[in-house]
Design a protein around this ligand. Structure first.
Ligand code: 9MR
Length: 376
């Protein structure tokens, strides 16, 4: 995501924004608006929005887990088992982790985490096939678009084939929207964008749909919840991408709002409500996929940090639940002991960040209690 890595991108953005501007195709054949509505109605008839979590059924809570702490900290795995319905690999299903060489896959770390989930009766989900980051050098050395497309499709087929029935949902594409569409056009620069253009998105969704007809196919992105032009544009681009996929007859089931929440920004609750309603009318649902709190600009100590977190997480839930119950709420880690946030956005006062539902001693925060009540 975000601020920390966006500056460089702006400098070397090479995609042609016009190729993907709203109203233009993202690559696949365009059908008519009527066919879109028919497709949406058909999807809705088969899988009514929220059917898995109809009123009364709890929304599953999950966390993203990292293999490197499993053996060194026994309390770590226990925390996931104590608190999570969904336990998903944070990094181990990324392209460079799974596919270190053209002819070699390394499934062992991901297998261990997925097994931890499924042998304990928990669900798991996949993150992620298409991302601008975590790409191996051998892949980025490919300069022939046909070859790159073949590799992408084969990668998706191989991975989804292996985990069919064990990963019931996939972030097919992650962070494909421009960080700041008011400056950069529509789509974010990436290897996939440079080699295939915007059509890498429909190519990936079509491959995923063929490879595992039963997995939920998700478009995952960040900065979809705050108030302001940049965020309005990002939400609008997501909706346009969904429409274009559906116009082309390609399945997409939901949108993941990552939910890396800057505690000093404001959530646009009405805009989120409209966003969720618009997706619902297209037959899609929402999930919160990488929730944590970025408290680097919050003054004071743990009490102030937790009070700010309670407000920002509460507002996110308010906005998301306005259009119905989400598919899941997943936090990006479980304990403040291990998080990317102090590495990338440390507090100026040098005090510990408090991004996750459990503190560094595995004690639940007030906002976690609130989330559990809301999901129940
Ligand atoms: O939290 C993840 C960190 O451990 C990895 O080193 C990093 C690079 O693979 O990715 C982090 O997770 C990111 C996620 O995959 C996509 N959204 C933003 C997350 C935080 O940077």
């Amino acid at each position: 995501m975000g601020r920390e890595d966006s500056r460089g991108d702006r400098g070397h953005f090479t995609g042609n924004p016009k190729q993907a501007a709203p109203g233009h195709s993202i690559g696949a054949a365009r059908l008519t608006r009527r066919s879109l509505l028919r497709a949406a109605a058909a999807t809705a008839a088969v899988v009514p929005f929220g059917s898995a979590h109809a009123a009364g059924k709890p929304v599953p809570f999950g966390g993203a887990i990292q293999i490197e702490y499993l053996d060194s900290d026994p309390a770590y795995a226990k925390a996931f088992l104590d608190h999570c319905d969904i336990i998903m690999p944070m990094n181990e299903l990324k392209f460079s982790s799974l596919h270190p060489a053209r002819e070699a896959f390394n499934f062992a770390p991901a297998d261990r985490l997925v097994d931890l989930a499924t042998t304990n009766g928990r669900r798991s989900r996949g993150h992620t096939h298409v991302w601008w980051n975590a790409l191996p050098a051998w892949l980025q050395a490919i300069t022939d678009p046909a070859e790159a497309e073949r590799v992408l499709v084969e990668h998706i087929e191989t991975v989804m084939d292996r985990y069919r029935g064990r990963l019931d949902s996939w972030d097919v594409v992650n962070e494909v929207i421009a960080h700041d569409p008011t400056e950069e056009g529509v789509m974010r620069d990436s290897y996939w964008m440079r080699i295939l253009g915007p059509r890498h998105v429909p190519v990936a969704f079509a491959a995923a749909a063929r490879a595992d007809p039963s997995a939920r196919l998700i478009l995952n992105d960040y900065d979809l919840e705050f108030a302001g032009d940049r965020y309005d544009r990002r939400r609008a681009i997501v909706l346009e991408m969904v429409r274009q996929l559906q116009d082309a007859g390609i399945r997409i089931d939901g949108v993941g709002i990552q939910g890396h929440l800057y505690a000093d920004l404001k959530i646009d609750i009405p805009a989120l409500a409209r966003f969720g309603e618009a997706l619902k009318s297209l037959g899609l649902s929402l999930l919160i996929s990488e929730l944590d709190v970025i408290d680097w600009n919050i003054r004071g100590g743990p009490d102030e940090q937790d009070a700010a977190a309670l407000i920002i997480v509460g507002d996110l839930l308010e906005g998301v639940f306005a259009s119905g119950r989400p598919e899941a709420v997943i936090t990006w880690g479980i304990t403040d002991r291990y998080s990317w946030i102090p590495d990338v956005m440390p507090r100026r006062d040098g005090k510990p960040s408090r991004p996750l539902p459990l503190d560094a001693q595995y004690r639940p925060k007030p906002w976690f209690e609130m989330v559990r009540r809301r999901l129940a």
